[in-house]
Ligand binder design. Structure first.
Ligand code: BV8
Length: 224
């Protein structure tokens, strides 16, 4: 068994972290172009830092939920056979005990120097004038993959997808690429594909099987 689990904001919704495209989601409160693109950061770095400072604070006070814990149990039961690829920038999978986790869109809890590439644990509150600890230049940004930027670890992810026997997507609307194309990649490689989501997604037809409901109910039911 080689299982790849792709997660999106929906798996963290019941931990109190907002999703993006649901009713009242983050993209209805903020303009994506302003806070999740390099151009937006260049125009107004303080606005972007404040957007991620607020989410980092929410993340620090949130706890992993039953869905995160179920995936950690599954990995412990199947050593070396489960890989979580998450679009989420929160650290709830790791805090739940999952060890094989790829954060393809970066991490709220990491800072990046746009000049020298140095990465370090993000302070609770970041500001544009913060000097990089390595090169001292004021080029600090959140270590987040914005729209138009290449997601992290794509080679490793694509290798996992071509070798997968099973692929499960949890809590994602299937609207953001390249992640939204992973189910097709896995299916093409012969994997059995299951979607666990609150509502049908843009890519539901790609899956062999679908179960709809809140992640804290349907993920433990599937794992256990
Ligand atoms: C790339 C930042 C190429 C992190 C994010 C024009 C210009 C440039 C690029 C493009 C373009 N047109 C298209 C693109 C590609 C673009 C894209 O796909 N755009 C979309 C909008 C069309 N993609 C990119 O730009 C990517 N990069 O293509 O680079 C390249 C090539 C060469 C060289 C350089 C570059 C980068 C994509 C990453 C962007 N960053 N965010 C952050 O701030 O968090 S994306 C953002 O959406 C988040 O990361 C999030 O993870 C991701 C996906 O959203 P979901 O996780 O699915 O969340 P959503 O709210 O949408 O859905 C929630 C789901 O959960 C729903 O289905 C709901 O039913 C369900 N749910 C809710 N509650 C529950 C639940 N399920 C279960 N239980 C519940 N309780």
């Amino acid at each position: 068994m080689r299982l790849v689990v792709l997660t999106g904001a929906g798996i963290s919704a019941e931990s109190g972290l907002g999703t993006f495209r649901d009713e009242g989601g983050l993209w209805s409160q903020y303009d994506l172009e302003e806070v999740a693109t390099p151009e937006g950061f260049a125009r107004n770095p303080r606005l972007v830092h404040d957007f991620y400072n607020a989410r980092r604070e929410n993340c620090a006070s949130a706890a992993p939920n039953a869905a995160h814990h179920a995936l950690a149990r599954l990995e412990a039961a199947l050593p070396g056979q489960v890989m979580v690829v998450t679009q989420n920038v929160d650290d709830l999978h790791t805090r739940a005990g999952s060890e094989r986790v790829i954060q393809m869109h970066g991490a709220l809890m990491r800072a990046l120097c746009a000049e020298c590439g140095h990465v370090w644990p993000a302070p609770a509150v970041m500001a544009p004038e913060d000097p990089c600890p390595a090169c001292a230049r004021p080029a600090t940004r959140p270590d987040i993959v914005w729209f138009g930027e290449m997601p992290y670890h794509m080679d490793e992810i694509l290798q996992e997808l071509t070798r997968a026997t099973h692929f499960v997507a949890i809590g994602t609307s299937g609207q953001v690429y390249p992640a939204a194309g992973f189910a097709q990649e896995a299916r093409r490689a012969g994997a059995e594909c299951l979607e666990l989501n609150l509502d049908p997604s843009d890519v539901s037809p790609v899956f062999h099987h679908r179960q709809f409901g809140p992640a804290t109910r349907i993920v433990p039911a599937w794992v256990d």
